[in-house]
Structure formats: C-alpha cells, structure tokens
Design a protein around this ligand. Structure first.
Ligand code: UDX
Ligand code: UDX
Length: 464
C-alpha cells in the first residue's frame, strides 16, 4: 500500500520532529500532526520559528521548509484521522500514579483514547504505528480496540480494516534531527509483511536498507525498553565508580577513557554526571521491572530496579556533599544553580537531576539563583513548587553573572557550552569567600577556578 496521507496523534518531543523529517524526505506525502493541546498547536504554527514549542537544533529550518506545503499542525484530530492511510500514535505515556502497577507501569489512557479515535473515525484500510514507548504487548490492546470496531463497522456495512506496527523512536533530545536523519537503525515490528513494507518504503527514502530491521511486534516493543535500560545502566554504573574515585584518589574521567578504549565496551555514555534524567530512562526501566515482576522473575526486577535506585542515591549524594562542604548548613546561604534542563541543548526538564538536587538544597534552607539558557521560568517554578513550600526561596535569573552574584557556591548541573567559558577571575570578586564551585558535569577548567581563588569539587575527581 503506497502511503499518501499520514496523521500523527501527539505533537510533542517525539511526534513533532519525527513528522517534520518524514515531511522533508517525502514531499509526496501529506503529513498532518494533530494534538488536543491548542496552545501547543498554535506554537507549532507560529510565524516566528523561534517560538516552536520544542527547542531542537535544525528543527526550525525543516518546519520552515515544509509547513503549509506537506506538513500541517492542527487540532482537527477526527478529520485528519479520517483522511489518513497511516496513523502514528505519539501521545505521552506517563507512569501510573494510582491503581495496579502505580509508580511503575505506564498509564495507557491516552494511547487507548487515541486507538478509540482511530477506530471511530478512520476509513478503509489504515496502518496504525505505535511510536510512543509502550509496555510489551500494548499492540495487542490497540489491536483489540480496533478489532472491536471492525466487527461493529461490518454490521454497519462500512468496512474498515487495520494493521498495527511497532516503530519505536530512538532519538535523543538535543540531537533529534540528526538522529532522525542518520539513525543507527530503524526498527519495524509487525506480522503483516505488506504493512511493514509500506512503512519501510517511507524510511528507505533516506535510510540505507541495511539499517532497517524487521522483528516480531513483541521484540520491537521490548527492544526499545531494553535499549533505554542498557543506556541508563551504563550511567548508573559509571556514577557508582565516580563515588569510588572520589574516595580513592582516582579520576573517573581517566577510568572512563581507559575502559572506553576496549572496543567491547565502547566510549559512549560513560560520562559521570548528576544522574540521568529525561522522560524515558526511569519510566522505561520501571516498566521493565513491572514486566519482570508480572512474569514471576523477581531477581530480574531487582536487578533493573537497582539502576533507578542508584540514580536516586547519586543525586542525594551530590546534595549531601554540597551541604557538607559548606560547613553542614545552608540556612540563608545563596547558591547559584547553573543549568536546569536534564541535559544540554534541550528546554526539557522532565526528571532532570536539577529538580531533586534543588529541592534537597531548598530543604536545607538555601536560597537559590537559578539560570538556564533555554528552560522557561514558568517551567522551573512548576518543577520546584511542591506543597507550596519554599516558594520565596528561589529566583530565576537571566544571565550567569546574576546567578553568581554574592553566592557562597555555584553548582553546575547541565553541560551548557556557556558554562565552560565563564571568566572565574571576574566572578570570584563577586562571590562570598570561601567560595565553592561544584561541577557535576566536569565542564570547567579546574586549574582556572583554583587560580581564581575558588574551591572546586568535580564529579568523580579524587584529587579535589
Ligand atoms: C514521547 C513518547 O510518545 C512517550 O511514549 C515517550 O516515553 C516519551 O516521548 P513526548 O513526545 O516526549 O512523548 O511527549 P509530549 O511532549 O508530552 O507529547 C505528547 C503530546 O500528545 C502532547 O502534546 C499531548 O497534548 C498530546 N496528546 C495527548 C494528544 O494529542 N491527545 C491525547 O489524547 C493525549
Ligand atoms: C534517551 C535515549 O538516548 C534515546 O535513544 C531514547 O529514544 C530516549 O531516551 P534522551 O532522554 O533524550 O534520550 O537523552 P540522553 O542523551 O540519552 O540522556 C539521558 C540522560 O543521561 C541525561 O540526563 C544525560 O545528561 C545523561 N547522561 C548521558 C549522562 O549522565 N552521561 C552520559 O554519558 C550520557
């Protein structure tokens, strides 16, 4: 089946960039991205491309080229479903907060709602593609919903039919466009070769065929969870070694470099930091933990759960260390926080280590001056406001200098390029002595900080 019209439900971090790239590479396909959030859609349609709802290098140019031609953003969910030959489900799948599996398993209510919308409004044959990261066997749920409508529609003499494919997204935020244009692999899970071929034809327009992998649908779903679990596991592993380095006089950068030279280990994802964040890692591991428990494999569940618990421990470890270096009390002390996003080159703060570390410092009575070049003030306020506590204890500032004025310490939590170019000699004059830099991302020049008369602690550096 040759696809001429695509609808993507969910104009978020995954749906938006993915559809923009498909539209760019497939000018013969009309791509409609729909979302129930009107404000978000208005932002996607903003005349000023700096106002797109997502900050992703390269995204603005692609949207500029395609929007209004074969890429459209709207809230007309039903109409666009009706027109589509292929529908991507790219809605969010937050962790359930209550009921069975609370705190671990994904809440599938939006996926279910989307499947019902597809069932009701689609026409003819439709290929439904799971793009959201989902627990294994979700395709079965989607298929069941679609089938029930198929039976219903037969009665109404309005034949509809569906295929369900799994096509997980491996893009990382901040490099989404590059990851989409040059993926390591594209995974298509399904059981109907014709449906798989329809999606393969789309990717083949820019991805070499050898990189397009076919699997059964359950393997595809599980591969996505496993991929994120392995990546997160590497970060927890190196963060435990960082703690050991600090106690033994070793340096985690040197250890990483040494082990990364082993081609079996590889050099990527070995940077110790303040703990992993982002919308996927924790959620996906907890899903894996739930699956293992559900299938009676408690040892497997415990193994993967430890990746998350080490990450939590690690974040608190950094907070405790800051408190200890500042003479055991932060009461009334000003601390500059450099970076709030969960990593550089994104405005996303979901599960950012900065949230937990800032909360720990606020809990100790600190006053925070927070800077991030991309995260909106409103977002930081939302992330830190809990139980209406400490609302007057933080200020969000517009520049690095302001964040470091009259502070006892600066804590670097996101590896923004700007932070590696700070003139510490100038800053030193404005800081309260003894002043401290806590560099949880290893981006500042240690010697320059020391030469400026500031104390420094670096993650995993046993000599500081
Ligand atoms: C994605 C994946 O879909 C998720 O499974 C993965 O684990 C994280 O990344 P993401 O694109 O980051 O989600 O989520 P988000 O930016 O929240 O976007 C989802 C969009 O879906 C939102 O704009 C929301 O308004 C929209 N939505 C949700 C709908 O349009 N309809 C719904 O019924 C529910
Ligand atoms: C991740 C996966 O990389 C991607 O394939 C998947 O589709 C979605 O989840 P993302 O969450 O955007 O992408 O970011 P990623 O670059 O993987 O970083 C996740 C977290 O790990 C960040 O907080 C980052 O700072 C941290 N990290 C990463 C480290 O602490 N050290 C590293 O060496 C690498």
């Amino acid at each position: 089946m040759l696809i001429r019209n695509i609808c993507c439900i969910g104009a978020g971090y995954v749906g938006g960039p993915t559809m923009a790239v498909i539209a760019l590479k497939c000018p013969h396909i009309q791509v409609n991205v729909v979302d129930t959030n009107k404000e978000r859609i208005n932002q996607w349609n903003d005349d000023d491309f700096d106002n797109l709802p997502i900050y992703e290098p390269g995204l603005g140019e692609i949207v500029k080229k395609c929007r209004g031609k074969n890429l459209h953003f709207s809230i007309n969910v039903e109409e666009m479903i009706e027109k589509a030959d292929m529908i991507f489900i790219s809605v969010n799948t937050p962790t359930k907060t209550k009921g069975v599996g609370a705190g671990k398993v994904c809440d599938l209510k939006w996926v279910e709602k989307s499947a019902r919308q597809v069932a009701n409004f689609s026409k003819g044959h439709t290929i439904v593609v799971e793009k959201s990261t989902l627990p294994v066997r979700t395709a079965e749920v989607i298929q069941l919903i679609l089938n029930s409508c198929q039976n219903q529609s037969k009665l109404e003499f309005n034949n509809k039919s569906f295929d369900v494919l799994s096509n997980p997204e491996f893009l990382a935020e901040g490099t989404a466009i590059n990851d989409l244009l040059k993926p390591d692999r594209v995974l298509i899970g399904g059981d109907n070769p014709e449906a798989i071929e329809s999606l393969r034809i789309i990717y083949k327009r820019w991805v070499p065929e050898s990189k397009i992998l076919e699997t059964n649908i359950w393997s595809s779903e599980l591969a996505k969870l496993t991929s994120n679990a392995f990546l997160a596991q590497r970060i927890s592993s190196i963060n435990t070694i960082a703690a050991l380095c600090e106690s033994t006089g070793a340096d985690v950068r040197e250890v990483s470099r040494a082990i990364g030279r082993d081609s079996r280990i590889g050099s990527k994802f070995l940077d110790s930091g303040p703990g992993f964040g982002g919308s996927c890692f924790k959620k996906d591991i907890l899903n894996l933990v739930y699956l293992a428990e559900y299938f009676g494999l408690p040892e497997v569940a415990t193994f993967w759960n430890s990746v998350v618990s080490i990450n939590n421990w690690h974040q608190h470890r950094i907070s405790k260390l800051i408190i200890q270096k500042l003479f055991g009390s932060l009461s009334g002390k000003k601390i500059g926080i450099l970076g709030f996003a969960f990593k550089a080159n994104t405005n996303d703060t979901r599960e950012s280590a900065a949230i937990q570390i800032c909360k720990d410092l606020l809990e100790e009575g600190a006053i925070l001056l927070i800077h991030d070049p991309k995260v909106e003030k409103k977002k930081i306020d939302q992330d830190l406001s809990y139980e209406n506590k400490y609302t007057n204890s933080w200020n969000i500032v517009d520049c690095v200098e302001e964040a470091l004025e009259n502070v006892h310490a600066a804590v670097i939590l996101t590896e923004w390029q700007d932070y590696s170019n700070i003139n510490w000699h100038e800053i030193s004059l404005k800081m309260i002595k003894p002043a401290w830099i806590f560099d949880a991302r290893s981006i500042v020049d240690k010697q320059k900080v020391l030469d400026a008369g500031i104390n420094i602690w670096r993650i995993g550096d046993g000599s500081t």
